[in-house]
Design a protein around this ligand. Structure first.
Ligand code: AP5
Length: 253
């Protein structure tokens, strides 16, 4: 994948039958990573940087739901409408809906170029489903990166976040500002503030994370996959910290 041409990820974001603009090359040891961590810790930011470095596709379940929300009303199913309501409130979308959506896109997960999963799995049930899907194809995860950051830093990151409407690139009003205010550096798209970055939703999301997603730390720890990373510092520093830890893992290229 050309680092300057962002893959449109159309098969993941819109239609599993569609062909993406550029897909990672078949590698000997493709990276299959899960990024864990509280909302706003910087998973999406690191996923973008890791994608350029590792040539694996960035697959975010939140991005799929947000892309679907932009479709016309007639294309939106009752299950999708219900999912968008959960998102607005900061709650998790039910496992059955999430798994149906991910299963339809299993081609992206089983692709020979690998993946960087961001926002999935988020419950033990989702983690078990992912494990079974991969084992069925004799595949396994390379590692699970767990980003850690104090809650006050998380709230600051979420309240200043701006996202590109078109390519989904992530910015921050003070920490990672775009060159032109309100405009995406990569594609010229409009930047907007996510509905779930309002204070009430942020607080619900942090509670839901502790209840439903934090137990995955132990789940992946027991499988010997967990790689904890301190998410303080600049995105570039965190990327280097992540790469260092990944390189230190025995089974990786
Ligand atoms: P999702 O889209 O997955 O959101 P999230 O997990 O809440 O994570 P965020 O995208 O909010 O944060 P992030 O960690 O990616 O941080 P970012 O890099 O943007 O999910 C949204 C909703 O969808 C869920 O609440 C749920 O309803 C539903 N959903 C999705 N998947 C689901 C699933 N599997 N099951 C059930 N429901 C599901 O960074 C944040 C900000 O900080 C940015 O402004 C960024 O520029 C800035 N920043 C990043 N790094 C740094 C740094 N090092 N220094 C300073 N600023 C930084």
């Amino acid at each position: 994948m050309n680092a300057h041409t962002k893959n449109d990820r159309v098969a993941w974001l819109q239609d599993p039958a569609a062909k993406c603009s550029s897909v990672p090359a078949d590698g000997k040891n493709p990276w299959r990573l899960v990024l864990l961590g509280a909302p706003g810790v910087g998973k999406g930011t690191q996923a973008e940087l890791l994608t350029e470095r590792l040539r694996a596709c960035h697959l975010s379940t939140g991005d799929v739901f947000r892309a679907a929300s932009k479709r016309t009303d007639s294309e939106q199913s009752p299950a999708l409408n219900a999912s968008l309501e959960y998102m607005r409130r900061g709650e998790l979308v039910p496992d059955s809906t999430v798994w149906e959506m991910v299963r339809e896109r299993s081609g992206c997960l089983l692709h020979c170029g690998g993946f960087i999963l961001d926002g999935f799995p988020r419950t033990l049930s989702q983690a078990e489903s992912l494990k079974a899907l991969m084992e069925n194809d004799q595949l396994s995860l390379s590692a699970v990166v767990n980003y850690e950051l104090p809650v006050e830093d998380i709230v600051r990151r979420l309240s200043g976040r701006r996202t590109c409407e078109q390519c989904k690139s992530v910015f921050h009003v003070s920490e990672r500002p775009p060159k032109i205010n309100g405009i995406c550096d990569r594609c010229g798209g409009r930047l907007y503030q996510r509905e779930d970055d309002q204070p009430e939703s942020i607080s619900v999301r942090l509670q839901v994370y502790e209840r439903s997603t934090a137990p995955l730390v132990q789940f992946y720890g027991n499988l010997g996959l967990l790689t904890p990373i301190v998410a303080k510092g600049s995105p570039a520093e965190i990327l280097e910290r992540t790469m260092e830890q990944l390189r230190a893992r025995p089974q990786l290229p």
